[in-house]
Design a protein around this ligand. Structure first.
Ligand code: BES
Ligand code: MN
Ligand code: ZN
Length: 499
């Protein structure tokens, strides 16, 4: 499916269907739409709007034949809802809904459309084309790798037809940007959806290596023996119950300039399957635990997009990959682990494994002396309870940094909400025999996990993002289908691009 933007007259486009957007407020046609209506002898204004009473409610559609009065076979009106409520997030959602109808219900091959709502002046042509393209591409995402019958898209071409030639350049750039972001999101989603039997630590390390080779990134990976020498003891403890060897991966994007504006480290939780370990999870909680490497998949997606967008920022993507399994060699309740930074941790619950793996990676990140460190993890069920499946939790030690990530999220159509970390939450992690335990009580679980992580970073600009609820969803949300979402790929990429 190819998307493009071009300066073109609506009445001269040859396509299977021409889609026009109408606001609910007034339903008056724009000057461009009027030209189409004239050519169609008032089919839109008289037939669809007046006689059939098309209301133009958000994502409502009406279709009719053009009787070849214009080169396109059919005409479709799509409701944009209320003008005041319309923004790029709504536009993306709209296009995801629209593309499904065009592809699945109508089965058309060649679509042309307006830049919806551009006249509302809520956004410019570049933002419009980008938001639309993200909606089209995200709406079409489908994980059918293991289905005998594939959902091959019917749609081959989507053309966004621009009224003004001066908008062409920025609209083309918007489409291109969307393609980069969506291919990164697709990569992330595919990796999350992949069953744990195949997405093993070794396999993911191999995928990351191939990605690095393709994109010209530096790639390093470390095996168990090397990690023992590097004192990744907390991480290795989590993986020791599994038959599969743990891997730690480190990818680097370096800009062409010698002195980049900033150095950013991204850390993704990489538990390829979380059974809970000896504190084994009940069956229902384990069902989706192949997704416990979503943080890893996210940072790989982000660095993929970054390699294409080439900002003047150095970006590192790190992930400690292992399985959390119960066996005769598993780490146990009561074990004391000496983390990479020397602090000792009493294992209270083997199911609080993510923070143990992240702890050592945060310490490793200290050595990179980065300007900012951001970790992203499916870390706590408590975050899901607090914020649900459509809002991502964020916390850290720099309020301004958190504020600007939340703001980027807003602009990217992704919701974030800050959760607090109080210094005295360390009390809840108190151990009788070690520096701390890996869990607190059942209270404030997401924040206490954040407080735990804070013990292992020296960075003054550290943010922790909890995607336990948002990485994999049961119900479609906005442009997202159910299953893996690729959440935070857009936010973090856009955040880095804005540095
Ligand atoms: N991977 C889970 C968190 C999770 C829960 C992710 C639901 C996605 C959906 C994490 O390793 C975990 O098991 N956390 C425990 C911590 C507890 C033992 C303190 C939890 O949240 O129950
Ligand atoms: Mn767990
Ligand atoms: Zn986990």
């Amino acid at each position: 499916m190819d998307i493009s933007a071009k300066h073109q007259e609506l009445t001269s486009i040859l396509s299977s269907i021409l889609v026009l957007g109408v606001f609910e407020d007034d339903k008056t046609l724009s000057s461009e739409q009027k030209k189409v209506d004239d050519a169609l002898e008032n089919l839109i204004s008289e037939q669809i709007i007046k006689k059939e009473g098309f209301k133009a409610k958000f994502a409502d559609t009406a279709i009719t034949h053009t009787q070849l009065k214009i080169p396109s076979d059919k005409i479709m009106l799509v409701g944009l809802g209320k003008k005041k409520e319309f923004n790029t997030t709504k536009l993306t959602e709209l296009c995801a809904k629209l593309i499904k109808q065009l592809d699945k219900t109508l089965g058309v091959k060649n679509v042309s459309c307006e830049p919806f709502g551009l006249d509302s002046e809520n956004f410019d042509a570049g933002e419009c084309a980008k938001a639309m393209s993200i909606g089209f591409l995200t709406g079409m995402y489908d994980y059918d790798k293991y289905k005998s019958k594939k959902n091959t898209p019917q749609i081959k071409k989507i053309r966004i037809a621009l009224k003004n030639l001066k908008d062409e350049k920025s609209a083309k750039a918007g489409v291109n940007n969307a393609k980069i972001l969506c291919s990164a999101m697709d990569f992330t989603k595919d990796l999350i959806n992949e069953p744990a039997q195949n997405a093993t630590p070794e396999a993911i390390a191999e995928i990351a290596k191939n990605l690095s080779n393709d994109l010209g990134l530096t790639f390093k990976s470390y095996n168990k023996k090397q990690l023992q020498q590097m004192k990744f003891n907390a991480f290795l403890a989590v993986g020791q119950g599994s038959e599969r060897e743990p891997k730690f991966i480190h990818l680097t994007y370096k800009p062409a300039t010698r002195k980049p504006k900033k150095k950013i480290v991204l850390i993704g939780k990489g538990i390829t399957f979380d059974s809970g370990g000896l504190d084994i999870k009940p069956p229902n909680s384990m069902l989706t635990m192949k997704t416990d490497m979503s943080g890893c998949a996210t940072v790989l997606g982000v660095i993929q997009a970054i390699a294409a967008l080439k900002p003047d920022v150095e970006v590192h993507a790190l992930s400690a990959l292992c399985e959390n399994m119960p066996s005769g060699t598993s780490y146990k309740q009561g074990d004391v682990l000496i983390a990479k930074n020397g602090k000792t941790i009493e294992v209270d619950n083997t199911d609080a494994e993510g923070r143990l793996t992240l702890a050592d990676v945060l310490t490793y990140a200290d050595e990179l002396d980065a300007d900012e460190v951001i970790d992203i993890a499916t870390l706590t069920g408590a975050c899901v309870v607090a914020l649900g499946q459509n809002i991502t939790g964020i916390m850290g030690n720099n309020p301004n940094m958190i504020k600007s990530i939340i703001q980027k999220g807003k602009e990217s159509g992704e919701n974030l909400w800050e959760l607090p970390i109080y210094d005295d939450m360390q009390e809840m992690l108190k151990s009788d025999i070690a520096d701390m335990r890996n869990t607190g009580s059942r209270f404030a679980g997401a924040s206490v996990a954040g407080r735990f992580l804070q013990n292992f970073t020296k960075s003054k600009n550290w943010a922790h993002i909890d995607i336990a609820g948002t990485a994999f969803i049961d119900k479609p949300y906005r442009e997202l289908n159910k299953g893996a979402t690729g959440v935070m790929v857009r936010t973090l990429t856009n955040y880095i691009m804005s540095i």
